[in-house]
Write a protein that binds this ligand. Structure first.
Ligand SMILES: [Zn+2]
Length: 415
């Protein structure tokens, strides 16, 4: 029994050593709360079965980047963040330069998600912003888990100032992306690979599913997910951000230098799973029989392993007319230069998740308006003083009003 566990465990570590810790994180969550898996599966099925709610309009998502740095090299310049936004927009709109490299057999099923991203121009308190928060931390690294047997995702500590990270902006209104130095975990002297990022699947699922059909709303473990609201978002290792990142090779890898780790993680954030379905080979699961739940992505036995092999067809009997493994899909583990497409089935899931589970993120154009932040702007009046600084009680002469948020108003009465 112990051996089986260890093998299973090592297998999940191999997964994280590849790049993205999504699968690992979900497994930890399931271990802590088995209901999570059932509920997540139900949501996913609902979205796939009912996922034709979406309109055709462009959805614009405001993004805030939290750069949590210890070394100057980790404090990425604005230009790298702007580059990351460009990559997201090109890839999600299928305006990427390598879109022409999608193989013919997939041209009918790939598409433009009509989702765009922009740096938030107003923060959660209604103040002007460039959408980039820089926070120095005393911590030299953030580990995914403190030890391999923990079910807590220690990397979430980057999302709270009290643990030397940066607090989320309202996760119902902003896509929060944290950038930090994700440490490499050492287990019994065996160094595990670098994690480039992870993201949680959608939250607020009860409300979301209520809009579909009240008879089939699953019993989602709200206590766990709603209390997790402040951790919703994406975490990225600082080397994997943007395509003009001068420290991109600090991780010893060149296959992930095009900013597509973020495209992959935002795919997870909007509900997508890995294209090969995350089968656990060591436990006897046949990867070809484990699907990602999306019809137009061919089954694959395993992930691409950072090789762009257009001849690879690991599931010859899959139902999609023996299509090859879709290594050009953003949700595979293939080199960034190889990735160039989301399928229409995946797009359907992402748009539907936005509509029913993350609706507050949707904007009609690529900027936020102060009108939406009025409540926070005014502040509470705390002092009313005259020209000599004395407290006054009247509105009938010149005076200055001072508010608790720092606002000051000078008032004259003209008769
Ligand atoms: Zn992933």
């Amino acid at each position: 029994m112990r051996l089986v566990f260890l093998i299973l465990f090592l297998n999940s570590l191999f997964l994280i050593s590849q790049s993205c810790a999504y699968d690992f994180v979900i497994k930890k969550k399931i271990k802590k709360n088995p209901e999570y898996k059932i509920a997540y599966q139900k949501l996913y099925n609902e979205v796939i079965e009912n996922g034709f709610l979406n309109s055709q309009e462009t959805y614009y998502i405001p993004v805030v980047f939290h750069i949590v740095y210890n070394q100057d090299s980790q404090n990425l310049p604005d230009s790298v963040i702007e580059s990351q936004i460009d990559v997201l927009n090109e890839d999600f709109r299928r305006l990427n330069a390598n879109a022409s490299e999608t193989r013919d057999e997939f041209l009918d099923v790939v598409g433009d998600s009509n989702i765009e991203f922009f740096l938030a121009n107003i923060d959660s308190n209604g103040n002007p912003s460039n959408g980039i928060v820089r926070t120095y931390t005393d911590r030299t690294e953030f580990l995914l888990v403190d030890d391999v047997f923990s079910t807590e995702i220690a990397l979430d500590e980057v999302k709270f100032s009290e643990t030397d990270g940066s607090d989320a902006w309202d996760t119902n209104k902003y896509l929060n992306i944290w950038i930090c130095n994700i440490g490499v975990l050492d287990v019994f002297g065996f160094e595990l690979g670098q994690v480039y990022g992870y993201a949680y699947p959608p939250t607020d699922v009860d409300d979301a599913l209520a809009t579909i059909d009240s008879n089939i709303v699953p019993d989602w473990p709200v206590d766990m997910l709603s209390s997790d609201e402040n951790v919703q978002g994406v975490v990225l290792h600082y080397t994997a951000v943007g395509r003009n990142n001068s420290v991109a090779n600090d991780d010893g890898m060149t296959e992930n230098n095009l900013g597509r780790a973020a495209v992959h993680e935002v795919g997870h954030y909007l509900g997508l799973r890995h294209i090969w379905g995350d089968a656990i080979a060591f436990s006897g699961e046949d990867g070809c029989s484990v699907d990602d739940g999306i019809e137009d992505t061919p089954n694959a036995l395993d992930q691409a392993g950072y090789v762009c092999d257009f001849n690879k067809n690991t599931c010859e009997d899959d139902q999609l007319n023996e299509l090859p493994d879709m290594v050009e899909n953003y949700m595979d583990y293939s080199p960034g230069a190889c990735q160039n497409a989301f399928t229409n089935g995946q797009i359907n899931v992402m748009r539907t998740i936005l509509e029913i589970s993350r609706p507050g993120l949707i904007n009609n154009n690529s900027s936020l308006h102060l009108n939406n932040f009025k409540i926070n702007q005014e502040g509470n009046l705390i002092h009313k003083v005259d020209i000599l600084g004395r407290e006054v009680n009247t509105d009938n002469s010149f005076h200055v009003e001072i508010f608790d948020n720092g606002n000051v108003k000078k008032k004259y009465i003209i008769r």
